[in-house]
Design a protein around this ligand. Structure first.
Ligand code: SF4
Ligand code: SF4
Length: 416
């Protein structure tokens, strides 16, 4: 249940309203941070949690733009997390909603299951079944959430699905640091090249890189959906599997990094979790603080950097990825308008709230297109999938890469 003290920190000034994507979309007070805090207060005072009330909370992206905008330091991130846990415990959802959420959480936080599903997906694509399904317009007959799942599935290849990361990679030249890499769930199955690039760049910059074997999910997706018991279990298991004698735990997915930095709050006085959290660094944050040693080769490209909310708002990492990109000769970095606005991906938001995710994503895509980039650079796999899916629907394509892939291409003298 949200803490009364945190609710009372809100002075109802409304400064957060223009930062909120759902308020911007619908102009509805109860779909603003301030309105949602009113609802939390009403809930604390005994108002029953009915379906419309739950819908206002479900519509929140958890993007934390309101946290950055709030001059009173209201901890909306903590409030919405506690509210979501309360909703999950009260179980006011319909059967189909519960089943769909159960399916998502039986799959996404389990890399082995996700990989097995990705092999099925590969068969679906390579056998021609997907072409047939789409030609017959069958996805339009599916419920919107399943249609969205079908549409958002990233491309996979057998080679990518067979990729396994080396347990240890030595530093090139004199060792400057020893780090452990979080492989991620979606990242390791669908974007193994991002992890491979992260290891290469870190090694080129003089870091020994360990990839602790058997690491599972960090629990970020579960926590953001109100499944705090599951999030705690996953986080504890992850911490236990990481070596303590490293200088940093490097993360290349924004949502995982913000969650892991906040572990002491989730796991209370757990000393191992506190020590672990203190070492967590986003890869761009880590590299920006390490004087560059590897030579950067020119990459002639016009690139737009998209801020993932869990980097920009939750971790306040804004300058570091831009700094790394600006350090690449020939790369022209362009800004996307309204960079503080979410793209609508937001963890599993675009799966459980496909309609509003779509409307929010359309605005982001319009701003991306206005910047006329040749490459979209984003540090979160969910954002890339969301933006590219909307572009595809418009018959457009735009290459996308993680900042670390662009840096890797520069160091290796390749095109990104
Ligand atoms: S959350 Fe912060 S910015 Fe928003 S209304 Fe409350 S005090 Fe004002
Ligand atoms: S987290 Fe994002 S969507 Fe939710 S209230 Fe705050 S700004 Fe609005």
């Amino acid at each position: 249940m949200p803490e009364r003290k945190l609710i009372d920190d809100c002075v109802h000034c409304g400064f957060c309203l223009p930062a909120c994507p759902t308020y911007n979309l619908w102009g509805e007070e109860m779909d603003s941070p301030r309105g949602r805090i009113y609802l939390m207060k009403a809930g604390l005072e005994g108002e029953p949690m009915d379906a419309p009330m739950v819908q206002h909370f479900d519509a929140c992206l958890g993007c934390m733009a309101c946290v950055t905008a709030c001059p009173s330091g209201v901890k909306y991130d903590v409030l919405i997390e506690e509210q979501r846990a309360e909703i999950e415990a009260a179980r006011p959802r319909g059967l189909w909603d519960r089943l769909f959420r159960a399916m998502i959480f039986a799959l996404f936080p389990h890399p082995a299951r996700l990989r097995a599903a990705a092999w099925l997906q590969l068969f679906y694509v390579k056998s021609g079944l997907r072409r047939l399904v789409r030609a017959l317009r069958l996805p339009s007959l599916l419920p919107p959430r399943l249609a969205q799942l079908e549409k958002l599935m990233p491309e996979v290849s057998a080679a990518a699905l067979r990729t396994r990361l080396p347990a240890s990679t030595p530093a090139q030249g004199t060792r400057r640091a020893r780090v452990a890499l979080l492989a991620g769930c979606v990242q390791r199955v669908y974007f193994p090249e991002v992890n491979a690039a992260t290891i290469r760049v870190l090694a080129a910059e003089g870091c020994e890189v360990l990839v602790p074997p058997g690491q599972g999910c960090c629990g970020a997706l579960s926590l953001h959906a109100g499944r705090d018991g599951e999030a705690r279990e996953l986080a504890r298991a992850l911490v236990a599997g990481f070596p303590a004698d490293v200088d940093a735990v490097v993360v290349n997915a924004a949502g995982c990094g913000s969650h892991l930095k906040d572990l002491p709050r989730l796991l209370g006085g757990d000393a191992a979790a506190q020590a672990f959290a203190a070492k967590v660094r986003d890869v761009t944050e880590f590299l920006a603080a390490l004087p560059a040693r590897a030579r950067r080769n020119p990459v002639q490209i016009r690139a737009a950097y998209h801020d993932a909310c869990h980097l920009r708002h939750a971790q306040r990492i804004v300058e570091q990825p831009r700094q790394l990109l600006r350090g690449i000769p020939g790369l022209q970095l362009v800004e996307i308008a309204d960079p503080e606005q979410c793209c609508g991906s937001a963890g599993v938001y675009n799966l459980v709230q496909p309609q509003s995710a779509r409307e929010i994503g359309e605005r982001k895509v319009a701003n991306v297109l206005d910047a006329s980039p040749q490459l979209l650079v984003s540090a979160n796999p969910g954002c890339t999938l969301q933006i590219q899916s909307i572009l595809r629907d418009r018959g457009l394509t735009l290459r996308a890469a993680h900042p670390i892939e662009v840096l890797d291409a520069s160091i290796r003298g390749l095109a990104p």
